[in-house]
Design a protein around this ligand. Structure first.
Ligand code: AMP
Length: 386
């Protein structure tokens, strides 16, 4: 598509999903003068709060999907587990970016790993397993220890178990339910990294990161940039991201999560065809955020500059922080260099992502220290009990 055919500000964009990623996408789109329509099964969503036009319906509601598609020039998404049928319904009249061919692969862990392995991308050694017997026979080839993962709908470590013995294997299989699963080698990790790539309709490419990620109970806890890796590792992570996006023909964003093993291997762990939690730092630390980049990529506008203006770190604010009531936000709002983002979720549950903090500082380590100190202020007796 030539630049003249770009979907220009003033047009209406659609987003599937109403969570914080859709909210921040919508805020970036509206800043550029676009209208946004949110399609979400729930009422009063984080994205719906910032968009006057919302379609509240299930992904199985063909009529609602057609009406949504008719209102918008292009559709994007905030999560990859949109049913294929819903995408087909929309794509009959309106482009979805990234498209259904990307989602068909990235919403199934086995398809994703097979796609990557077949094309020579480095992945953790894995096997497909379809029953306990097969699991027990594959376990010595892959591990132990090994990680058993469901093929679909896994995020934040949901749907996976670490297996160190045959007994644990049988138990893990039963706990995860039956059906097809992926058994993969347990990697001794030196670091977890991510790159958030953007690819335009014309094949242009830009990216954020690599970002260094630390997890807590399988949920992303803290991200920092620049990652403490060699230039070779950083360049390779970026090159792999570009190649994966080309192989999948992604238009839009794709987050590639990497494992860096203790032996120095860089392995692709997972793909997410959307903005990513580890890219939130870009709102404060880059000329163009991952959310504005999503808008630019799907509309055919030129991709924006992604260089890091200052080292940054992001810390998630999970619902656990609300255990003693609403945290006292003045404790972080008074810290220079720290920005607060809250997603407007009414109910704080343990493990639920309610918001995040970003800190800018002279180095990634200083930014990490600052963001953790700021978050610490919220949990140290810092709640406003209602
Ligand atoms: P995933 O849902 O596959 O991204 O896994 C969530 C987290 O579990 C990862 O970010 C890692 O911290 C850990 N993990 C998953 N798979 C492995 C593995 N094969 N080896 C070591 N750690 C893993």
């Amino acid at each position: 598509m030539s630049r003249a055919a770009a979907i220009m500000p003033g047009a209406t964009l659609g987003v599937l999903g109403g969570g914080q990623l859709a909210r921040m996408f919508a805020m970036a789109a509206r800043r550029l003068g676009y209208e946004v329509v949110v399609f979400a099964p729930d009422k009063d969503t984080p994205a719906g709060q910032v968009c006057p036009r919302t379609v509240t319906a299930d992904y199985g509601d063909g009529q609602a999907l057609r009406e949504f598609a008719a209102q918008v020039e292009v559709v994007t998404l905030e999560f990859e587990n949109v049913p294929a049928q819903a995408l087909e319904t929309i794509e009959a009249t309106t482009p979805v970016r990234p498209g259904s061919q990307v989602l068909a692969i990235t919403q199934n862990r086995l398809k994703e790993k097979s796609f990557l392995a077949e094309r020579g991308f480095p992945v953790t050694p894995f096997r497909a397993v379809r029953g306990v017997e097969q699991l027990l026979s594959e376990l010595p080839r892959v591990g132990p220890p090994a990680v058993l993962k469901t093929v679909g709908f896994g995020y934040d470590g949901k749907g996976q178990r670490l297996i160190a013995s045959d007994q644990e294997a049988a138990q893990a299989f039963a706990e995860l339910g039956s059906g097809e699963m992926v058994l993969e080698r347990f990697v001794r990790l030196a670091m977890e990294l991510s790159v958030i790539g953007a690819r335009g309709i014309d094949g242009s490419f830009a990216c954020f990161g690599p970002v260094e990620n630390r997890h807590c109970q399988h949920i992303l806890d803290v991200s920092a940039v620049p990652a403490a890796v060699s230039a070779e590792v950083a360049d390779r992570a970026v090159a792999l991201t570009k190649q994966v996006m080309e192989a999948l023909d992604v238009v839009g964003l794709l987050c590639v999560e990497f494992f860096l093993s203790q032996t120095g291997e860089l392995l692709v762990n997972e793909l997410a065809p959307r903005p990513h939690n580890s890219g939130h730092y870009s709102i404060e630390a880059c000329p163009v955020s991952q959310f504005e980049q999503q808008v630019r990529a799907i509309t055919g506008l030129p991709l924006g500059a992604t260089e890091l203006l200052k080292p940054a770190a992001m810390a998630n604010l999970l619902g656990d922080l609300w255990a003693g009531g609403e945290p006292d936000w003045t404790r972080v709002l008074c810290v220079p260099g720290v920005s607060l983002h809250l997603y407007g979720k009414r109910e704080a549950r343990p493990g639920r992502k309610m918001g995040h903090l970003t800190a800018l500082a002279a180095s990634a380590q200083a930014a990490r220290d600052l963001v953790l100190a700021a978050r610490g202020q919220l949990s140290q007796d810092g709640s406003l009990v209602r």
